[in-house]
Ligand binder design. Structure first.
Ligand code: R5P
Length: 282
């Protein structure tokens, strides 16, 4: 039985189809004081329940804890939590004295209501170690090859070293092309510098690949660098299209032809479902 979170309904439905399971009904409401009120239907005692909820906001974290508890309360025999997008995963260490390891804090909280966790392309695989229950990370980057158009002499370009394996995976799934990486220095969450490589991109199609596009700062800096090097067309592919604030229009204004993302975060660009990658480990 698949139990969907409010922000992850399309992916939950695709996963139900992919794994041939039923989809539980959930109504999402609020009490007068603003607290979340959740009502689950259709779970019978003894059922294995798969909660599917991306923690795209603080409120979504609370909702996920409620979903896990509702599954237990209904008598689920096993609760698996699928976290397609794990919020706070980028805060995977205490970067300055006095800061929490937020990824660990949320992982511990979510571990209390589940028997195991499956997540998709966490910022660092090591965050799986923060859960107190078995946690698995699946890679959905290859699925992004599906919507790509025909590409001329393509370069699959990672904006930093951390995204290089994703660029390789996508290039392999596409079938041909070069893989390259830039170097990134992050000053603040919206201020990054990109150092280009020597690879010639003039007249070639470029696919910029990353795990997350959040504010779009990383990608728009990378597009700016390419602009000076006469790349043909530039596309952006990411697993998690968070696209905060004006990130989408910022990328389009920078000259990006199209943005491709998966449904781990439901946005207009989420053309690709991560369900097949998740289904493999359920
Ligand atoms: C961090 O290193 C991640 O891989 C992404 O590059 C980052 O989350 C993108 O964030 P933004 O779009 O805000 O630059």
């Amino acid at each position: 039985m698949i139990l969907p979170g409010s922000a992850t309904q399309a992916l939950a439905a695709s996963l139900a189809t992919e794994t041939d399971q039923d989809l539980a009904g959930v109504s999402f409401d609020r009490f007068a004081d603003g607290e979340r009120r959740l009502q689950v239907e259709g779970i019978e005692a003894g059922t294995d329940v798969v909660v599917v909820a991306s923690t795209v906001s603080d409120s979504a974290h609370v909702e996920l804890l409620q979903l896990q508890d509702a599954a237990r309360e209904a008598g689920a025999s096993e609760v698996t939590t699928v976290l397609p997008y794990m919020g706070y995963a980028r805060q995977d260490e205490s970067f300055e004295p006095g800061q929490p390891v937020s990824a660990r804090a949320v992982a511990r909280a979510l571990s209390t209501g589940t028997d195991r966790v499956v997540t998709v392309n966490p910022h660092e695989r090591a965050v799986c170690g923060y859960f107190d229950v078995p946690a698995t990370a699946v890679d959905a980057a290859g699925l992004l090859a599906d919507p790509l158009p025909a590409l001329a002499d393509p370069v699959f370009l990672a904006p930093d070293a951390g995204a290089c394996n994703l660029a390789e995976t996508l290039r392999d799934a596409h079938g041909r092309g070069e893989v390259d990486q830039f170097a990134k220095t992050r000053h603040t969450d919206t201020d990054v510098d990109i150092e280009p490589s020597d690879t010639a991109v003039a007249g070639r199609d470029v696919v910029l690949v990353d795990d997350i596009v959040a504010t779009g700062s990383t990608m728009s800096e990378a597009v700016g660098v390419l602009d000076n090097r006469e790349a043909a067309r530039v596309y952006v592919a990411c697993v998690h299209p968070v696209l905060a604030r004006d990130a989408y229009t910022r990328l389009r204004r920078a000259g990006v032809e199209a943005v491709y993302g998966t449904d781990t975060v439901e946005r207009p660009v989420s053309q690709v479902s991560a369900a097949p990658a998740i289904a493999e480990v359920l």
